[in-house]
Design a protein around this ligand. Structure first.
Ligand code: IPE
Ligand code: IPE
Ligand code: MG
Length: 249
């Protein structure tokens, strides 16, 4: 049975975020170096983007590299950056053809300029697309993002463009890197780890969380569809009672 046909297309999450974890362990299981896992993780990225498109998801955000990942061995960091650049260059036309808009969030000042240049080219090429917004979180840390937002809000207060009384959840939201995106409805993490690792802390306030033991390079379209099906069977109560939710149906 095709899992995609079981998905209620009127009830898909408006924003799905994925912590792509487990490349290193996947490689280790095969007696290979960690970078072998990263290389094989690329096809899982492709599967996920395709599956999200097929299901009619409008926003997909992938955690590719965290602010904390800079602390990994230099050679691994370099491979990850190179891999990102070559994969994006290779996939650019395919993304464009599928009406996918690419954007990147994170502390981009720390990204090597060659990588940034390549990324910007694909961002420019796909900027008018509107089927799916694909956001790559790169050198991203949620706390860094929030600190950055507070700094920018403070500057506006000092310049008298904003008053303290005006600060509310919307204002803060609009100063995050994700200001163009809706709240995350579904967050998926692979590899069996059950933690958030500094990803989209503000944006997941009411997200449904889906954890799977599958290691990232093995993550398939069906794994993605399964996460969507599980999401559609959850009752999102936002603090209310189950009876209240039932009545409003
Ligand atoms: C995810 O896989 C990729 C990145 C964090 C860049 P890992 O490299 O974290 O793999 P494990 O967790 O060590 O297995
Ligand atoms: C989170 O994975 C970051 C990415 C998937 C890019 P990590 O493997 O870095 O997370 P921790 O350190 O195990 O929490
Ligand atoms: Mg990991």
């Amino acid at each position: 049975m095709d899992l995609l046909t079981q998905i209620n297309t009127d009830k898909v999450p408006s924003h799905v975020a994925v912590i792509m974890d487990g490349n290193g362990r996947w490689a280790k299981q095969k007696g290979k170096p960690r970078v072998f896992g990263h290389k094989n993780g690329v096809k899982a990225v492709r599967q996920t983007i395709d599956a999200a498109g097929n299901a009619g998801i409008k926003a997909l955000t992938l955690f590719a590299f965290s602010t904390e990942n800079w602390n990994r061995p230099k050679a691994e960091v370099k491979t990850l950056m190179t891999l990102l650049l070559t994969s994006l260059k290779r996939e650019a036309n395919e993304l464009d053809k599928n009406n996918i808009k690419l954007q990147v969030i994170g502390n981009l000042e720390s990204i090597p300029s060659s990588v940034l240049k390549g990324l910007n080219k694909v961002i420019e090429q796909t900027k008018s697309n509107d089927a799916l917004t694909l956001t790559i979180a790169l050198s991203y840390g949620s706390r860094e993002e929030i600190v950055n937002a507070v700094k920018n809000i403070s500057k506006k207060i000092v310049n008298k463009e904003l008053s303290i009384e005006e600060i509310d959840e919307n204002i803060l939201n609009n100063h995050l890197y994700t200001f163009t995106l809706p709240d995350v409805d579904l967050m998926i993490r692979t590899s069996g780890e059950k933690r958030i690792s500094n990803f989209l802390l503000w944006q997941i306030a009411y997200a449904e969380l889906h954890f799977t033991d599958v290691l990232w390079p093995d993550f398939s379209k069906d794994n993605f569809y399964n996460a969507l099906l599980e999401y559609q069977n959850r009752e999102r109560r936002y603090g209310k009672t189950s009876d209240q939710i039932e009545k409003n149906k």
